[in-house]
Design a protein around this ligand. Structure first.
Ligand code: SF4
Length: 435
């Protein structure tokens, strides 16, 4: 039974005096017993009624099911349409389950019928339906003709040759259903309650990139990550929307190439530009310090929990040298040295999250964090001092609240010029842009 039925059952039990005299032992009363087939196993009775055998047994598969052969399967609900659909495992499980339950069901009917010592009554209804469950088995084996009402005694022969008789009673119309008078308590008017407000619904995990994007503009995060819009493609002559895309590579592919080169991973056919940018970092002071480091990690993958959000990310480089713990992130953005300082604000949250992750693994907070913009070869230090407004914890809280309320405000500013949603899906106005 469901939980609410179980609670109701318990309260009923409490109301009835549970200390009433013990029930007489089994078989001591000359009374009708109503029991399930399972609980009747091993017992025998002079007369047995197996009623409503057209109901069969429940062969439905639970919403989440498991089998040794098929694994774990689930039935999923599309929240938009409300439709349910099995995944591949659940589909396979359903077939296996059905076959097994059908076999079990036949065994159960056998158990039910063989509880009778002298007299067995099977009843079923065929009104408006074809026999399909246990009734189908009985109709076929006894070759019953259900077309006309009658009462007859039919002769049969058991497999061992013994004759036996069955009284077949086909009634039409179906008997009226007995109705139970309702108690005044059951007739109490139904209470209509309003639907509970759905709140506090937010992702349980996010990437550093998504959080960083959210921090720079919640609406941009909503349009790109949350709804998955690709954004408008750049027209010739427009301000650059993203990093340059050399040699037919997307900005992301180009960035991956440079990062892989700097991590020492094999890169098939790197572009000359990627090789050049990797060389820019190798010749930097930070690279020389990393070479002398007592502890160093490149492309460091991490999982970090803040509040109840699990954050995934990858730190390009962190190392400990000369008593200092440093975090470094390489950027391949198409910016000038002057723009790099401006752009670094967009990456502040990202670097603070990296610092938190490194702190948990290194056992102490990093002393400094650097962004290395490789194209202009410009180093920008990011202040790791926590502030109330820009702390990672506050960003996570804002992120979860925005998802719960589906409220993603605009963050209008000069960065809108690089945004693929500017003057497209986003209603940001031009008044916020510097001339
Ligand atoms: S145009 Fe500006 S305000 Fe609009 S989504 Fe892009 S960055 Fe945000």
């Amino acid at each position: 039974m469901s939980l609410d039925q179980f609670v109701a059952e318990l309260s009923l039990l409490r109301q009835e005096n549970p200390r009433e005299p013990d029930a007489p032992p089994e078989d001591s009363s000359n009374a009708v017993k109503i029991m399930t087939v399972h609980s009747a196993k091993g017992l025998e009775f002079p007369v047995v009624f197996v009623a409503a055998i057209h109901k069969g047994v429940d062969t439905s598969v639970p919403v989440v099911a498991f089998s040794r052969h098929r694994g774990l399967g689930a039935r999923w609900r599309n929240p938009a349409s409300g439709e349910d659909k099995d995944d591949l495992f659940q589909h396979a499980l359903r077939q296996e389950w059905k076959r097994r339950e059908e076999e079990e069901s036949s065994r159960l009917l056998y158990v039910a019928m063989t509880r009778a010592e002298y007299h067995l009554v099977l009843s079923f209804s065929a009104t408006g339906r074809k026999p399909a469950n246990w009734d189908k088995l009985v109709v076929e084996r006894l070759a019953l003709d259900l077309s006309a009402p009658r009462l007859q005694v039919a002769d049969y022969r058991a497999p061992d040759g013994q004759p036996w008789k069955a009284r077949v009673h086909i009634a039409q119309p179906a008997p009226e259903l007995l109705t139970r008078p309702r108690t005044p308590q059951e007739e109490a008017p139904l209470l209509q309650v309003s639907l509970p407000a759905v709140e506090d619904q937010h992702d349980s995990n996010a990437t550093v990139t998504a959080l960083s994007l959210f921090a720079s503009c919640p609406r941009k995060y909503y349009l790109s990550h949350y709804l998955g819009f690709p954004g408008r493609t750049r027209k010739p002559g427009e301000a650059a929307l993203a990093s340059a895309e050399p040699a037919g590579l997307s900005a992301a592919e180009f960035g991956t190439q440079v990062h892989a080169l700097l991590a020492g991973s094999p890169v098939p056919e790197p572009t000359p530009d990627a090789l050049r940018l990797a060389q820019v970092f190798r010749q930097s002071t930070l690279a020389r310090r990393a070479a002398r480091a007592t502890r160093v990690a490149r492309e460091f993958d991490f999982l970090l929990a803040i509040e109840d959000l699990v954050i995934r990310g990858q730190v390009d480089l962190w190392f400990e040298e000369g008593g200092e713990l440093l975090v470094v992130d390489y950027k391949t953005d198409e910016v000038t040295a002057a723009e790099a300082h401006h752009r670094s604000r967009d990456y502040a949250v990202q670097l603070r999250l990296y610092a938190l992750a490194v702190e948990r693994v290194a056992g102490r907070a990093p002393d400094r964090a650097w962004l290395h913009f490789l194209r202009p070869n410009t180093l920008v230090e990011v202040d790791l001092t926590p502030t109330l407004i820009e702390s990672p914890e506050q960003t996570v809280r804002d992120f979860q609240q925005a998802q719960s309320k589906l409220d993603f405000p605009l963050s209008e500013g000069d960065h809108c010029k690089r945004c693929p949603f500017y003057r497209d899906l986003c209603p940001a106005s031009q008044s916020h842009l510097r001339p």
